[in-house]
Design a protein around this ligand. Structure first.
Ligand code: CA
Length: 240
C-alpha cells in the first residue's frame, strides 16, 4: 500500500537527469524527467509531483524563475523544491532560497546526499509519504515494508487497520477523538459515521493479539495507543 513519492527532475543535461532518475527509482521514488521549464510545467499540469528537483541553469526560464512561479501558484505552492546547481557561492544559495526553494544542493553531489535531502524536504512538507518506522513499547510498524510486529512476531493487518495503527503509533500516548481519526485516516472529504472508527478499532485489536491492550478506549474522549497499558500486554490470562 506504500505510495511511491513522485519526484519531478528538471535538468537539461540528459546524462545527469538519467543518473538521478535511475537512483531515485532504485530507492523507492517515482521520478519523471523534464529538460526545461515548459516540459516541467506540462508534467505538473498532468500530475502534481510530491517534490521537484530543479536545476538552476536551464534553457529558457532559470530554476530560480520557475521556483518563484511555482511558489506563487495555488496548486504548486506547497510542493517541496530542491534546487540543484553547479554554483556554490553563498549569493546563489540565498537567491535560490529567496525564490522559494526548500533546500539547495551543489553539484557534484553523492546519491546518498541527494536522497537524504529529498527525504528531509518531504518529511517537512508531507510527513505521511516518507517511509518510516515507529516503535511503541514492543510493537513496531514499518511503513516501508508494510510490516507490523509485536515481540518479533509478525502481525497481519488490513489496510485501514494499518493506517489507523500507523497514525496512533506516530502520536502515541495522546488521546484522539473519533472525529480526528476520521479526518486523519479516511480524509475529511469522505462522509463516514464515527461508529466506523469503533468498528476498525475493534478489528485492529483483533489483529494485534497480545498487543491489543495497548489500544485503549478513553471514555468520552476517544482512543490512544500506549506503551504502558493499564492491563499489561500478554497478561490477559491473569486479569480475566
Ligand atoms: Ca543545467
Amino acid at each position: 500500500m506504500k505510495k511511491m513519492p513522485r519526484i519531478l527532475v528538471v535538468e537539461d543535461e540528459p546524462a545527469i537527469a538519467e543518473l538521478i532518475a535511475v537512483n531515485l527509482r532504485h530507492n523507492g521514488f517515482a521520478p519523471t524527467v523534464a529538460f526545461d521549464g515548459q516540459g516541467a510545467q506540462r508534467e505538473i499540469d498532468a500530475v502534481l509531483p510530491d517534490a521537484i528537483l530543479l536545476d538552476w541553469m536551464l534553457p529558457g526560464d532559470s530554476g530560480a524563475v520557475l521556483a518563484r512561479r511555482w511558489r506563487s501558484h495555488e496548486r504548486t505552492k506547497t510542493i517541496p523544491i530542491l534546487m540543484l546547481t553547479a554554483r556554490s557561492d553563498e549569493t546563489d544559495k540565498v537567491q535560490g532560497l529567496d525564490a522559494g526553494a526548500d533546500d539547495y544542493i551543489t553539484k557534484p553531489f553523492s546519491t546518498n546526499e541527494l536522497l537524504a535531502r529529498i527525504r528531509a524536504v518531504l518529511r517537512r512538507r508531507a510527513p505521511e509519504i516518507v517511509n518510516d518506522s515507529v516503535q511503541v513499547g514492543e510493537l513496531s510498524l514499518d511503513a516501508a515494508t508494510y510490516r507490523v510486529s509485536f515481540r518479533d512476531t509478525e502481525l497481519k493487518l488490513g489496510p485501514t487497520e494499518f493506517k489507523l495503527l500507523h497514525y496512533l503509533m506516530k502520536h502515541s500516548e495522546r488521546v484522539h477523538t473519533r472525529g480526528t481519526l476520521l479526518d486523519k485516516i479516511w480524509g475529511d472529504h469522505v462522509f463516514i459515521e464515527e461508529r466506523t472508527v469503533d468498528v476498525h478499532v475493534k478489528r485492529l485489536r483483533e489483529s494485534l493479539g497480545d498487543a491489543a491492550v495497548m489500544v485503549e478506549t478513553v471514555r468520552g474522549a476517544g482512543y490512544r495507543i500506549t506503551a504502558r497499558p493499564a492491563a499489561a500486554p500478554g497478561s490477559s490470562d491473569l486479569s480475566a
